[in-house]
Design a protein around this ligand. Structure first.
Ligand SMILES: [Zn+2]
Ligand SMILES: [Zn+2]
Length: 184
């Protein structure tokens, strides 16, 4: 499966915002770094923006955590309704025509809302409503958008996958010892 790179921008931003919520701390410096890393030019985070972005991140999380396709569609529709004012085609930088959901005249928070809602909506159509999830390691809480070839990712990172494998192995060992009466 090929994912349109330009449209992944909003999906990756959504992923990062939700993961910052999971990792903490939620402060203006961390937000500034995060947004700069996602190509926002010299973002200025006011206390109001900080709160609004946190609220939005909580809403983004519902898309990744949705139980099924229908719930996920509703979650994205709620974001589209609250975050996207207009959609237009653009060919900037010699690119093929593609959709944008915000322009430079909008505020930072408006742009973040629009690009994440729009990006997630396009990703939903490209990924058949799947490939968005919460890390399977208990208590991790990070989320991911899976663009791997197989599309069966379960963890936010290889580190969490390994940690879970070790935990499961220890669990099996413990169960084995208990059944042999070595451990009570
Ligand atoms: Zn573009
Ligand atoms: Zn994880």
């Amino acid at each position: 499966m090929q994912f349109n790179h330009d449209n992944m921008h909003g999906v990756r931003l959504a992923e990062s915002l939700v993961n910052m919520l999971a990792d903490g701390p939620w402060d203006s410096n961390a937000l500034q770094d995060l947004l700069t890393g996602h190509l926002f030019r010299s973002p200025r985070i006011t206390p109001k923006y900080q709160d609004e972005l946190r609220e939005w991140a909580v809403r983004l999380q519902t898309v990744f955590a949705a139980e099924d396709q229908e719930a996920r569609c509703s979650a994205v529709n709620a974001l589209l309704a609250g975050g996207v004012r207009r959609v237009f085609l653009t060919t900037h930088d010699g690119m093929l025509p593609h959709l944008h959901f915000a322009d430079a005249s909008e505020t930072l928070v408006e742009r973040v809302r629009a690009v994440t809602a729009g990006g997630l909506a396009i990703f939903m159509t490209e990924a058949a409503g799947e490939r968005l999830g919460v890390c399977a390691l208990r208590d991790c809480g990070r989320v991911f958008a899976d663009t791997s070839r197989g599309g069966n990712r379960a963890y936010c990172s290889a580190r969490c996958g390994n940690a879970d494998a070790v935990q499961r192995y220890r669990g099996r060992l413990r169960a084995g010892y208990q059944s042999q009466g070595v451990l009570s």
